[in-house]
Design a protein around this ligand. Structure first.
Ligand code: NAD
Ligand code: UGA
Length: 440
């Protein structure tokens, strides 16, 4: 099957970069990204230095493909109808109300996309789950699509995304693997082949793994859970290092040199953040409970519990470092994003640490080179952090001026060379001048 037009629903951190790379690598295919948020589409069509997603190399990719075969549009009906292949890359946050609140993935945006697809489709489509979804979601999407299909055939594939923010473009150019789950029926196989053919434009065939739909859906949740589990494992040991004099970085190196374990994702920090690890593990825990697997659920839940413990431990270290009383004391927070090289602050440990400090009466000064002040303000509001106790700084020197302690929360290189005239507490372990570093 020759694909000429691709539509992607969702122009966020996944939809934008992945479709930009598909368009770049497949100049013979028209790729249009649509979104319910017209401001986002406007920004994707706007100046290259203010795209809605900050990723190294993204602006160059967009510059080359935009207007050639990459388009951003708010015409959802027209672009659904035109496409032979539709990606769903909408957000799947943790549910905040109803059954499974606080654990299960909220599928309302996926379901709304499926309803739009069935409403506006007049010809057969391949529908691809790009969002991270609970195992067996394809069944639910199929139900929605088939209920009002008017003779149109929809073939559903799972093609989860494994990119990490900050390295998204490199990850997309050189993926460890591309995973495609599909049905074993002739039409299912044809759809899988059509998607394999897209990726084969730049990904070697041996890195494209095809499986059944359920394995693909579950592999995504499991991959994130395993990555996060490594971080919680090393973070749990960081607490023991602090008690015993063992050095967490030396420990990490020694463990990681075993080729069966490997060195990656063994960096002890103040805890993992980001929009996905926590929500995906909670989702996994919910699924296990749903299937009556209480012990398995509890095993994975422990990864989150250690992460919460670690964030809290770091905030408490700061309070203890200031004599147990931070009331009225000024503290600099360097790094608001959930990691370096991104403008994304979703589930950032900085938010948690700041909230605890402000709740204990501290005044905080915040600096991050990539996160906008409007995003920080919104986070303060969303997380009920007293804004009067927070000052957003545009300059690192102003941020660390006249404070009693500097807390480093991301490994942004500019934080490394700070002159130490007040205690530095380093949650990322990059600063040799730090008074307190995780695990030491
Ligand atoms: P995001 O919030 O950045 O983007 C989602 C976009 O979908 C938003 O712009 C929103 O306006 C749009 N949207 C929602 N409902 C819509 C609808 N019915 N019609 C049109 N547009 C709609 O989210 P994201 O970070 O790109 O994540 C998307 C999915 O990919 C999630 O399931 C996530 O778990 C997964 N994922 C994310 C990453 C990552 O690094 N962010 C990596 C791998 C997988
Ligand atoms: C993660 C996965 O790495 C991606 O494969 C996946 O596609 C993505 O989630 C997703 O599904 O959203 P991301 O969250 O963007 O990517 O970034 P990571 O580099 O994995 O970092 C996540 C968090 O873990 C950050 O807060 C980071 O600082 C922390 N981390 C990472 C550590 O604390 N220690 C480490 O050794 C590595």
């Amino acid at each position: 099957m020759q694909i000429k037009n691709i539509c992607c629903i969702g122009a966020g951190y996944v939809g934008g970069p992945t479709m930009a790379v598909i368009a770049l690598k497949c100049p013979h295919v028209n790729v249009t990204v649509v979104d319910a948020n017209p401001d986002k589409i406007k920004a994707w069509n706007g100046p290259l230095d203010s795209l809605p997603v900050y990723e190294a190399g993204l602006a160059e990719v967009v510059k080359e493909a935009r207007g050639r075969n990459l388009f951003f549009s708010d015409d959802i009906p027209g672009n659904i109808e035109k496409a032979e292949m539709i990606f769903m890359a909408v957000n799947t946050p943790t549910k905040t109300e109803g059954e499974g609140a606080g654990m299960a993935a909220d599928l309302k945006y996926v379901e709304a996309s499926a309803r739009d697809i069935v409403k506006y489709s007049k010809s057969d489509k391949i529908v691809i789950e790009k969002s991270t979804l609970p195992v067996r979601t394809a069944e639910k999407i199929k139900e929605i699509l088939e209920e009002k299909s008017k003779g149109v055939h929809f073939e559903i594939l799972s093609n989860p995304e494994f990119l990490a923010e900050g390295t998204a473009i490199q990850d997309l150019f050189k993926s460890d693997r591309v995973l495609i789950g599909g049905d074993s029926s002739p039409r299912g196989k044809e759809a899988v082949q059509a998607l394999v053919d897209i990726y084969y434009n730049w990904i070697p065939r041996e890195k494209i793994l095809t499986t059944n739909v359920w394995s693909s859906e579950l592999a995504k949740l499991a991959s994130n859970a395993m990555l996060a589990q490594r971080i919680s494992s090393i973070n749990s040991l960081s607490a023991l290092c602090e008690k015993t004099g063992a050095d967490i970085d030396e420990l990490s190196k020694a463990i990681g040199m075993d080729h069966r374990i490997g060195p990656k994702f063994l960096k002890a920090t103040l805890g993992f953040g980001g929009s996905c690890f926590q929500k995906d593990i909670l989702n996994l825990v919910y699924l296990c409970k749903h299937y009556g697997l209480e012990e398995v659920a509890e095993y994975w839940h422990q990864v989150i519990k250690i992460n919460d413990y670690q964030k809290d431990r770091f905030a408490q270290k700061i309070i203890d470092g200031l004599g147990g009383d931070v009331r009225g004391k000024k503290i600099a927070i360097l790094g608001w994003a959930f990691k370096a090289n991104t403008n994304d602050s979703r589930e950032s440990p900085a938010i948690y640490v700041s909230k605890k400090l402000v709740n204990h009466g501290a005044q905080i000064k915040i600096f991050d080179p990539l996160v906008s002040s409007s995003t920080i303000m919104k986070d303060l509001e969303d997380y009920n952090i007293n804004k009067d106790a927070c000052l957003i700084c545009y300059d690192i020197d102003k941020c660390i001026h006249a404070v009693e302690l500097v807390a480093i929360l991301t490994d942004t290189p500019v934080y490394k060379d700070l002159e130490k005239n007040v205690p530095i507490y380093d949650g990322r372990g990059i600063n040799s001048k730090a008074e307190f570093t995780i695990g030491k």
